[in-house]
Design a protein around this ligand. Structure first.
Ligand code: FE2
Ligand code: FE2
Length: 300
């Protein structure tokens, strides 16, 4: 059977294009707005990010994944613009799986109103904003691409994700289904499905609640899990599971580990064959695009 290629990018976080009404800021968004203007905004480059987006969209891939944090504050203008930019870069909705990140559910009203699903409707199944439930599924050759939703609104600076039993049960049913037998599961989610550090506080602040149940569910069959959120590259192997993290596609960085970019995965029926990391690295003479193969680190 032929090989399957998947392109993965994440964490667009592009700077705000429009003025923001103060009435939209009387909540956690105020904290995020200050962070964006003072800290995060200084580390983003929109022209370079748009160039990387176009580069990712023109890779000869079977499927494309955008794993969340398309916005900063879950404002309507941000999500509309992200959708427009994905179209303009050349991504095709029928070949592109888009899932939310914590910034796309930044405040409770964004989560309750399903603003992500409403404004990213072109990238989701018809009617999904009204009654759709994750996981999302796409197939290509020997792989079964599954998109989970781990994004929830949190208070303060907490950005942790959540994966509840109902969604895990739906995932288990997808994996059991007759039509999906013999396919290799590639599970996309925004938050990393592994501990994000050794401290309880860091895990509480940024980790994924429910990740251990997800790994137990996938372990017998084996799977590749791909995520964003940390804005760092990682490739870790845990028995029959592999977890690959991609950096942000808009964050300026000076090392291969954190510089803006995307991943190109090649799969065979037996699973993940290789990961090519494409990065724009900021160097003394200016930004340069680098492609390198990402090696796996065994962690169990
Ligand atoms: Fe992010
Ligand atoms: Fe995130």
């Amino acid at each position: 059977m032929r090989q399957v290629t998947v392109v993965h990018l994440s964490d667009l976080h592009l700077p705000l294009a429009d003025k923001v009404a103060w009435s939209q800021m009387l909540n956690k968004r105020m904290l995020g707005f200050v962070n964006l203007r003072v800290l995060r905004g200084k580390h983003m480059s929109e022209p370079l990010a748009l160039s990387m987006l176009r580069s990712a969209a023109t890779e000869p891939a079977d499927l494309f994944v955008v794993s969340g944090d398309l916005s900063n504050l879950a404002l309507p203008g941000e999500l509309e613009r992200a959708s427009t930019l994905l179209h303009a870069a050349g991504f095709a909705p029928d070949k592109t799986l888009v899932i939310p990140g914590n910034h796309d559910r930044y405040v409770p009203e964004a989560e309750a109103s399903r603003i992500f699903e409403r404004l990213m409707a072109h990238w989701l199944p018809v009617g999904f904003a009204d009654r759709g439930e994750y996981p999302l599924v796409k197939k290509a050759g020997s792989i079964l691409l599954i998109g989970l939703d781990t994004a929830v609104a949190r208070g303060g600076i907490r950005s942790a994700g959540y994966l509840g039993q109902p969604q895990l049960d739906r995932l288990a049913a997808i994996l059991r289904s007759e039509e999906h037998q013999g396919l290799w599961p590639v599970v996309a989610l925004h938050h990393p499905p592994l501990p994000v550090g050794t401290s309880f506080l860091r895990q509480y602040a940024r980790g994924l609640v429910g990740f251990a149940k997800l790994l137990r569910l996938l372990e017998p069959r084996g799977a590749t899990l791909i995520h964003g959120h940390l804005h760092l590259q990682e490739r870790r192997r845990l028995g029959k599971l592999e977890v690959v993290g991609v950096p942000s596609i808009s964050k300026v960085g000076h090392s291969l580990r954190d510089a803006m970019g995307y991943h190109v995965y090649t799969f065979t029926q037996a699973g993940l064959k290789n990961v090519i990391a494409v990065r724009t690295v900021e160097q003394a003479q200016g930004p340069s695009v680098v492609r390198h193969e990402l090696a796996a680190v065994d962690i169990g």
